[in-house]
Design a protein around this ligand. Structure first.
Ligand code: SAM
Length: 167
């Protein structure tokens, strides 16, 4: 095969990988800044024995932090690339309690969750407000970042994060 053609295909493949890293149907990939996240997770009640879900887990950084605080931490992410990367990092960091699943967050139910974390665009946050109000057990906490629930009143705000409790 022509080396120029192979080179062009390789560059196109790299462009595809690069673009797919940032893609996301309900929010593009933008990572949470980690400055306040430990404080926020602790305020939400994350500790040993708790079950944490992150809906749209990106590169897994918040899931790792929840697992480091002792929770069983589950990330759901629609990008295969980010799921594979997150699983690889969880192994490297020796965090067996950090688990990642590929899929659409709207096709799952979250009733066993103690804490749910979301950082998505407003339209998705609006849809999740209804879904999580219906599904979560009493006392479960939801954390939103930047884009917040419109009707559910937060019990705490820390910087850009709002924390909501299911009553
Ligand atoms: C703004 S980023 C936040 C990443 C991560 N939660 C963080 O805070 O660092 C949103 C993530 O949600 C993922 N996402 C968007 N819509 C999704 C959907 N319907 N199902 C699963 N993941 C989704 C995107 O692929 C992206 O990784």
């Amino acid at each position: 095969m022509d080396p120029l053609l192979i080179g062009t295909l390789f560059v196109l493949f790299l462009c595809f990988l690069g673009l797919s890293w940032f893609a996301g149907s309900d929010a593009p990939y933008v990572a949470t800044k980690m400055d306040h996240i430990k404080k926020v997770l602790k305020a939400a009640g994350i500790k040993k024995g708790k079950l944490f879900y992150e809906l749209g887990s990106g590169d897994g950084r918040v899931v790792y932090q929840a697992a480091k605080l002792g929770a069983k931490a589950i990330g759901i992410e629609q990008s295969y690339l980010r799921v594979l990367y997150s699983r690889y990092r969880a192994k490297k960091l020796k965090l067996p309690e950090a688990v990642f699943y590929h899929g659409n967050i709207f096709k799952r139910e979250y009733f066993p969750a103690d804490v749910v974390y979301i950082f998505l665009l407003q339209r998705a946050v609006d849809k999740l407000e209804k879904k999580l109000q219906q599904e979560l057990k009493k006392g479960a906490v939801v954390i939103t970042q930047r884009y917040h629930f419109k009707h559910w009143k937060p019990f705490k705000t820390i910087g850009e994060f709002n924390l909501y409790k299911k009553s």
